[in-house]
Write a protein that binds this ligand. Structure first.
Ligand code: SF4
Length: 461
């Protein structure tokens, strides 16, 4: 049984999968519960409470904006990025929110959207509680949701089942790299074949291919938009968007310069930074496997498209399927939530996914693919999450560029050797989880440690 690749690569908006996409989905899920139970029309007041990391870095990550739009029935996939902030501002200014787009009630930000900075709910650092009240003050419905990384959510009742996602009935169930690789070697098929077989248990192959190509197209368009949009990123840190200038410089170079080692690294940096600047600005991105790390996979995929001989559509599909398989291993065996395990669970996982996927489409053996995915994580172990001002800008934007460059380097190292390696992918995944558990909370998306407290000119958080 496996999680679908379309849950891992979901189309949404920035800046954060766990703090923007997940909360918007949770708010919408609560509203759907009210609707399905016939309670929506009776709601007189609705309170949302944010806990732990969601409270501490929620304002910088747009959690409040996401919640308000989610309560109005918007989804990360459908909402137009440019509408999210103005609509949230209008709700606050007009003191009215329209639940599910049909049921208007009064809204007072101070009373109805609470940030509990010093409290953490028991099951996960990203907790939120929704409570709907009738006109007489009685509770109509209350529920706790957790945003568990990569835009995935679960409510309290289903927390222990959360790693199942929307399970497919595919023929090749796997929880570990060992199981995944056994399917491949026993059936003489590739990792992307395993994933395709599992996906086609849910939907026709033509649809799977088309949807994967749509994801690849949106990733590429995100790079293109990031190369055009200049200016200062929102949030008060005064971070300048650098991708447009870099893009101009690279475009003015000769083909020889652009295809030199340094030239290729510059393009990789540009691709990743363009995506993450779009993400930081609240633009349309593909979660891969999170938003904070949305730049690594598109950057390495563009490297494959633009710099690798023989790149083609099949390679793009195989790349994303292989990357998805590796993400499933981390989601099932450890975590892709920085609030749980730090940045090793985000940029580290993305680097591992990209390195394994690139190795696969460049003709690597199963052993080389496993080796690349393992190396991609091994050298991110212990990486902390300490975003300045709770914004997904510093160190996040450059860190994606580093992750992309490291993934390409990792692939070439793995391809130079025969795939024999001492540390298995499963062992590094287990190590990442243990390291994350040992890490102090201050380094897990709380902006209470590291760079986040050692930088001057911070915005109010
Ligand atoms: S430091 Fe890493 S995990 Fe934390 S917000 Fe930035 S990219 Fe995400």
């Amino acid at each position: 049984m496996s999680i679908s690749v379309f849950e891992l690569f979901s189309i949404g908006i920035g800046p954060s999968s766990s703090h923007t996409v997940g909360p918007m989905r949770a708010a919408k899920a609560f509203i759907d519960q009210l609707q399905n139970q016939g309670l929506l029309e009776r709601v007189h007041e609705l309170k949302t409470e944010l806990y732990g990391s969601l409270a501490l870095t929620g304002k910088g990550h747009g959690t409040d904006i996401a919640i308000l739009n989610g309560l109005e029935g918007k989804t990360p996939h459908e909402i137009l990025p440019e509408q999210a902030v103005p609509r949230a501002q209008a709700i606050c200014n007009e003191h009215q929110i329209i639940l599910n787009g049909t049921h208007p009630i009064s809204f007072d930000r101070e009373k109805h959207l609470l940030f509990h900075y010093t409290q953490v709910l028991p099951l996960h650092a990203n907790g939120m509680r929704f409570t709907a009240y009738a006109a007489d003050g009685s509770i109509l419905l209350t529920d706790v949701y957790y945003s568990i990384g990569g835009g995935f959510i679960t409510d309290e009742k289903h927390f222990n089942d959360h790693n199942k996602g929307n399970e497919t009935d595919g023929p090749y169930p796997f929880d570990t790299a060992k199981e995944l690789l056994e399917h491949c070697s026993e059936n003489n098929i590739s990792i992307s074949d395993v994933m395709m077989a599992n996906e086609t248990a849910l939907r026709p192959e033509a649809e799977v291919r088309e949807r994967i190509l749509t994801i690849a197209r949106i990733m590429r368009e995100c790079i293109e938009r990031g190369c055009q949009h200049s200016g200062i990123l929102p949030g008060g840190l005064n971070v300048r968007r650098r991708a447009p200038e870099l893009y101009k410089k690279l475009n003015n170079q000769s083909t020889t310069q652009n295809h030199s080692h340094a030239g290729i690294m510059n393009w990789l940096n540009l691709y990743a930074m363009a995506v993450n600047e779009e993400n930081a600005a609240g633009g349309r991105v593909v979660t891969a496997p999170t938003n904070g790390t949305a730049g690594v996979i598109p950057a390495v995929l563009n490297y494959y498209r633009n710099f690798c001989d023989g790149a083609n559509e099949k390679g793009i599909i195989d790349f994303l399927l292989t990357a998805g398989a590796i993400a499933i291993l981390y989601k099932k065996g450890a975590s892709i939530s920085a609030a749980e395990v730090g940045c090793q669970g985000e940029v580290g996982v993305a680097c591992s996914m990209a390195a394994g996927a690139l190795t696969a489409v460049l003709g690597g053996t199963l052993a080389q693919i496993e080796n690349a995915a393992e190396i991609g994580m091994e050298h991110h172990l212990g990486l902390t999450c300490d975003p300045i001002g709770g914004l997904v800008q510093i160190p996040c934007i450059e860190r994606n560029a580093m992750g992309a460059v490291q993934a390409v380097n990792t692939t070439h190292l793995a391809l130079m050797e025969d795939g024999q390696h001492k540390v298995s992918l499963d062992a590094v995944i287990a190590t990442m989880l243990q390291t994350g558990k040992d890490m102090k909370t201050t380094y897990k998306e709380t902006s209470q440690g590291g760079l986040a407290i050692n930088k001057v000119n911070q915005p109010e958080c």
